[in-house]
Design a protein around this ligand. Structure first.
Ligand SMILES: NC(=O)C1=CN([C@@H]2O[C@H](COP(=O)(O)OP(=O)(O)OC[C@H]3O[C@@H](n4cnc5c(N)ncnc54)[C@H](O)[C@@H]3O)[C@@H](O)[C@H]2O)C=CC1
Ligand SMILES: O=C(O)[C@@H]1CCC=N1
Length: 277
């Protein structure tokens, strides 16, 4: 895992101007990407207005010759919209390197629709919005080392990255870190609810819960010990943590949690099948 600092920015086009495009775009602009080097295709007027207000970027409602200048095209649309958007766009982007953040859609489908083997897939997550994300990356064999570095430079605006060798591993990345922030928020919600049930205010509970996630994550990051060893340090035999963890074990929470991630992985595979070539 590593982060990369930006040097020269490419001409870059975004197909889709929603949450993920905004996270990447915002990071790149923050790093100094000039607005004149950005094109965005976004059919939804409200999203185009948001892009203009947030970043000063004027997006187009549809694909057109303006895309021909793009050295890199970032595909930030829903899996269900990918094929139609690709077929609308492919005649303008034959010379570009393609970078898709769509869940599930395989690089072979993208290469087929776009008529280009120069395809990289990324699976980021929403902490990208504050430059604290992590992305899994996969490149088709035709992608050069220089092009991989270019992708790293673009994704560096969103946080860290990790290359995978087998494309199927991206479905696991999707289930773990792509969807992962939602699991963290789900647990935060439950911890806040528990705090309120036990007599704390919602504000106090939220402050305690968020600080606990942030502190424990940072401790795990900085420590040379495993998460299991760190957990054991909190857990006195017959103490409060032990009581909580025994309740979790009784409910087989770990088994259910693992099953939930497998459901996300399966859904990524299904999206690849259903929305792919
Ligand atoms: N939101 C998340 O946490 C993550 C999302 N992703 C992936 O990123 C992709 C985009 O997701 P979000 O940004 O969350 O969705 P979003 O709904 O915020 O943005 C997608 C945008 O694409 C636009 N669009 C629809 N058809 C289009 C077309 N033909 N041409 C151009 N734009 C079109 C929509 O109007 C919309 O604004 C998805 O494929 C998703 O799997 C990946 C990692 C994390
Ligand atoms: O839920 C989804 O399908 C997307 C992919 C990873 C996070 N959000």
């Amino acid at each position: 895992m590593s982060t990369t600092t930006a040097t020269r920015f490419p001409q870059i086009a975004f197909i889709g101007g929603g949450n993920m495009a905004s996270a990447i775009l915002g990071g790149l602009i923050h790093q100094g990407l000039p607005l004149g080097q950005i094109e965005v295709v976004e059919p939804w007027e409200q999203a185009r207005t948001a892009l203009q207000q947030q970043f000063g970027v004027v997006a187009h409602a549809g694909a057109g010759p303006q895309l021909e200048r793009a050295e890199v095209v970032v595909w930030a649309i829903k899996p269900q919209n990918f094929k139609d958007a690709a077929l609308d766009t492919q005649s303008y982007t034959r010379n570009a390197l393609h970078l898709s953040v769509a869940a599930g859609i395989r690089s072979s489908s993208i290469a087929h629709w776009l008529g280009s083997e120069r395809v990289v897939r990324a699976m980021p997550n929403t902490p990208a919005l504050i430059g604290q994300g992590i992305s899994g990356l996969y490149a088709r064999p035709s992608v050069s080392e220089t092009e991989r570095l270019l992708v790293e430079q673009i994704m560096a605006s969103t946080g860290a990255h990790l290359w995978v060798e087998a494309e199927a591993q991206l479905d696991a990345v999707t289930a773990l870190s792509g969807s992962g922030p939602a699991y963290v928020f789900y647990f935060l919600e439950a911890m806040v609810q528990a705090g309120v049930d036990m007599g704390l205010s919602a504000a106090q509970s939220e402050q305690l819960a968020i600080a606990t996630f942030a502190g424990a994550s940072e401790l795990a990051k900085r420590s040379h010990e495993s998460p299991a060893a760190l957990r054991e340090r909190v857990t006195s035999k017959g103490g409060t943590t032990y009581a909580a963890l025994e309740t979790m074990r009784g409910a087989e929470l770990d088994r259910h949690f693992i099953a939930a991630l497998r459901a996300a992985q399966t859904r990524a595979q299904e999206l690849g099948d259903a929305c792919g070539a």
